[in-house]
Design a protein around this ligand. Structure first.
Ligand code: PGA
Length: 273
């Protein structure tokens, strides 16, 4: 056979740009403070199924104590942490640094979840410090934002979320590609209530605008925006159909392989493969 490869520079020049349309939906399970080693069986089952569901990018954020074991048992899916400390190390009893999480096998960290903002008084500036620490340690970040019910009722949902984004998102050269945003209305988390598809679309379009102002048009267009809050197998397809929704951050319904796979299959368009 006699064929010639194109010249390297021409080849690179002609490669199509990966647009956000080409990105696979990203479905992330947040196990919160649930799970002992017995739950590794669920992680294994999710991992095995993910092998057949290549249209979807799947990840789990188990509690710290299971990160290393999950990474070992589930070789295909992403594994991440639910938080990290902003410092590299030091006298912080009970805390865990980003470098330690990376060493344990975490590829990403969720930061700024509303339960951390509420339970631990984390402010936007703290969230940004944590995101910076995770990125410096070589991880990606999922930065969570979302309004309370009171703020939505007052018509302030979009301005509240825009302010959170401006205060929490990491900045700097090349950072956008390490960032995923999760929009999680506080009132929808664990309640079985969800916003309408129209409300989710409006919020995600507004988040996209903030991202493009912050990171520039192209880099801001590439950041995935997940929806989170009471995502279940039976509402996933509808919620994922909203404009600018690139996946889901799933709490309760990620705790068993059966329900999490229902969401992953919905994200794959209802079929395996
Ligand atoms: P939920 O939690 O799916 O149980 O509502 C979502 C989250 O907090 O990430």
């Amino acid at each position: 056979m006699n064929f010639r490869l194109p010249r390297q520079d021409k080849f690179l020049f002609e490669l199509p740009k990966v647009s956000k349309m080409a990105q696979r939906p990203y479905i992330v399970g947040n196990w919160k403070m649930h799970g002992t080693r017995a739950m590794l069986a669920e992680a294994r089952a999710i991992d095995r199924a993910a092998e057949r569901l290549i249209k979807v990018e799947v990840a789990l954020a188990p509690p710290y104590t299971l990160i290393h074991a999950t990474r070992k048992e589930a070789g295909l899916i992403g594994v991440g942490a639910q938080d990290c400390h902003p410092a590299d190390g030091g006298a912080h009893t009970g805390d865990i640094s980003a470098a330690m999480l990376k060493d344990a096998g975490a590829g990403f960290a969720i930061v700024g979840h509303s339960e951390r903002r509420a339970d631990h008084g984390e402010k936007d500036a703290d969230v940004r410090e944590k995101a910076d620490a995770a990125i410096s340690a070589g991880m990606n970040v999922i930065v969570c934002v979302g309004e309370t019910e009171e703020q939505r009722d007052a018509g302030k949902a979009e301005s509240v979320v825009a302010k959170q984004l401006k205060g929490s998102l990491p900045e700097g050269e090349g950072v956008a590609e390490k960032v995923t945003v999760a929009y999680e209305p506080v009132w929808a988390i664990g309640t079985g209530r969800t916003p309408t598809v129209e409300d989710i679309s409006a919020m995600h379009v507004s988040i996209r605008n903030v991202l493009q102002k912050l990171y520039g048009e192209e880099a801001g267009a590439g950041v995935r925006i997940l929806y989170g809050g009471s995502v279940k197998p039976d509402n996933a397809a509808e919620l994922l159909s909203a404009d600018e929704v690139g996946g889901a951050l799933v709490g309760g319904a990620s705790l068993t392989a059966e329900s999490f796979l229902g969401i992953i299959i919905a994200a794959a368009g209802g079929e395996e493969g």
